[in-house]
Design a protein around this ligand. Structure first.
Ligand SMILES: [Fe+2]
Length: 346
């Protein structure tokens, strides 16, 4: 039965969301519907999405090396050292230290994330960045790991942890980003040691096993009412005890040298390591997510000239407009121009 909290006319859109990548049990009453989930709605979305990702990977995988395909099958992430030629890498890092660029920032507890879109204006100022954002071998690996065709969204990301504030950062809890494979990539500008707030990953947890499917089913029955907001929004958090029940899993800190590319399937469990001291991490970052049920291994977006590198700007200005209309601050605050290495503003 429909929840009285949502007007009837919104239900066609909710139904469309079920057929796409929508994941929130709280915001979409069909996805969060206890009876539909008892009948297996969430479980079957998870199962079908995994099957489709596997199907698309068969096409996309033709352009990925055997070694990287095997690393992905085993771990759910791929690590490529010396990803850019050293001179190109050093030039990018030097420019990111001195060049002020239009930036956005978001605070989550003690962590501030800065996003600097890689758009035509940035590529004009630092053309070497295209060696990351326009490199077919990097883009193919990102598509393969996420099991999704089309083009990733690229930006320069800075994560600043300020433990002195002692506020919980929700990203330090082990979680899956959503109910299906999608990928994120980081090309690290500096060495990241075990105490530098590294990425934490659970190798092998990207595979959809019967136990994982059962766990997904159990969460789907109660997620709507879960006090952890991200969990209720479909980005399931998992406790260490639950993780051990799912299999022989051990979270691992992904420590890297500068100029290492890490591409991960964020259906696997991962988090940010808790920082005990102030840390700053700067990365060339890619985000890749799309409709998990699409049979296509390509996306029509790439066919529209000039759109590829402007999608993030378009998204941000639409979000700004929506926030203004609702009378609140946008999630990603416009902080003007600063360098990737600047102090936080929010
Ligand atoms: Fe995540």
């Amino acid at each position: 039965m429909a929840s009285p909290a949502f007007p009837w006319w919104r239900y066609p859109a909710f139904a469309l969301g079920v057929l796409g990548s929508e994941k929130s049990f709280r915001k979409n009453p069909l996805i969060g519907h206890p009876h539909l989930n008892e009948l297996g709605l969430h479980r079957e979305r998870v199962r079908l999405a995994a099957r489709m990702a596997e199907y698309r990977r068969r096409w996309i995988g033709r352009s990925v090396s055997d070694a990287e395909r095997q690393a992905f099958e085993r771990d759910g992430f791929v690590l490529r050292e010396n990803a850019l030629p050293t001179d190109v890498f050093l030039r990018i890092r030097d420019r990111l230290k001195e060049q002020a660029l239009p930036a956005r920032e978001m605070r989550q507890g003690q962590a501030v994330t800065r996003m600097i879109p890689i758009n035509p204006a940035l590529l004009e100022k630092i053309p070497e960045v295209a060696r990351f954002s326009g490199d077919p071998s990097i883009a193919n690996l990102i598509r393969y790991v996420g099991g999704i065709g089309g083009d990733p969204i690229n930006f320069i990301q800075t994560v600043i942890a300020e433990p002195a504030l002692q506020q919980a950062d929700p990203q330090t809890a082990l979680h899956a980003d959503t109910f299906h494979s999608s990928s994120k990539a980081w090309l690290f500008m500096d060495d990241v040691g075990p105490d530098d707030g590294p990425f934490v990953f659970v190798p092998g947890s990207h595979r959809l096993t019967e136990r994982r499917l059962q766990w997904e089913f159990e969460q789907s029955l109660i997620a709507t009412r879960d006090g952890r907001l991200h969990h209720a929004d479909g980005s399931f958090r998992i406790t260490p005890e639950e993780l051990h029940q799912l299999g022989d899993f051990e979270p691992q800190k992904v420590t890297v040298r500068a100029n290492t590319l890490v591409v991960a399937d964020t259906y696997a469990f991962h988090s940010r390591a808790v920082s005990t001291r102030r840390t700053v991490r700067v990365e060339l970052h890619a985000y890749h997510r799309a409709n998990p049920f699409s049979p296509l291994a390509v996306s029509p977006v790439g066919l529209v000239p000039g759109l590829r590198d402007r999608r993030l700007d378009i998204h941000l200005s639409l979000s700004d407009r929506k926030a203004k209309k609702a009378g609140r601050q946008p999630t990603w605050r416009d902080v003007g121009a600063c360098t990737a290495y600047s102090e936080p503003h929010v």
